[in-house]
Ligand binder design. Structure first.
Ligand SMILES: [Mg+2]
Length: 268
């Protein structure tokens, strides 16, 4: 596929592949396909992990899910709720957590009022079913369950939150909104720096981020080696910053394609 300004992942060079130390990725519609974590992308995570790369999902999914991911998946941590915190499994199988200093609990009355306004003004929208396990953000479902609503509705919901002073991002399934000053990229950098000695001024080429949708844009804008899975092109008009690379296949199959190319280049 030819997209101006984006290279196919097959163009990744040996030198670039050998520079990568950290593989970060979004979860929904990047690792998953139609809402399922299929064997090919889960196997790809294991292969990346076993090759010695530092694997860290960066997601809008809630704290309750991140507890499971940190404990059960082959990862060195997981950034959740769009950057509010990171969970990882420390020594003795203890769950370690790092919360962004600017994170504000989702019981904040301003956020609660905006949630109620959004749900009243957009009757087809509904609170996400994973809201009960969230600590810092509110997630409005527009496409996880049916009826799937058009992106224009998601944009309307986002505008309501932003109009009230909240941050809001559109993923492939939810509109996530929160009050604190942080995002996926600021928390990812904070974690890699603190835990692995990453230096953002000199090491940005050692990070490969894979994502699919507008809530991944801060990562695409920051990391020069970012890669989109092919379904990202559906939202092309919503992006000011596209990733450097794109896969030819969509969602989990695209992630698996990415992992295969990366590991092949690193083994030669
Ligand atoms: Mg996604």
């Amino acid at each position: 596929m030819n997209v101006p300004g984006i290279s196919p992942i097959s163009a990744l060079s040996r030198e670039e592949a050998h520079t990568i130390r950290y593989v970060l990725m979004d979860i929904d519609d990047t690792l998953t396909t139609d809402g399922k974590l299929r064997s090919e992308s889960y196997a790809a995570l294991w292969k990346l992990h076993e090759s010695g790369l530092v694997v860290v999902p960066i997601t809008g999914r809630p704290a309750g899910w991140c507890d499971l991911i940190a404990r059960e998946w082959p990862v060195e941590g997981v950034v959740g709720e769009n950057g509010a915190f990171v969970f990882w499994e420390g020594d003795g199988h203890r769950l370690a957590t790092l919360t962004h200093p600017n994170a504000i609990p989702n019981s904040d009355p301003r956020l609660v009022a905006l949630r109620d306004r959004a749900l009243a003004k957009v009757p087809a929208a509904r609170l996400s079913r994973d809201q009960f396990s969230r600590l810092y953000d509110v997630a409005i479902d527009f496409a996880e369950e049916e009826p799937v609503l058009p992106l224009s509705i998601a944009q309307q919901i986002k505008a309501i939150f932003e109009g009230g002073g909240a941050h809001a991002k559109i993923s492939s399934i939810h509109v996530n909104a929160w009050m604190g000053e942080y995002d996926k990229v600021s928390m990812a950098i904070h974690y890699l720096t603190k835990r692995f000695g990453y230096d953002d001024l000199h090491d940005a080429d050692s990070v490969m981020f894979v994502g699919d949708s507008p809530n991944d844009e801060p990562m695409f804008a920051h990391f020069p080696m970012a890669c989109g899975v092919a379904n990202l092109l559906e939202y092309r008009e919503l992006f000011a910053h596209l990733p450097h690379f794109v896969t030819s296949r969509e969602s989990g199959a695209g992630f698996s394609e990415f992992a295969q190319v990366l590991l092949e280049r690193r083994s030669s």
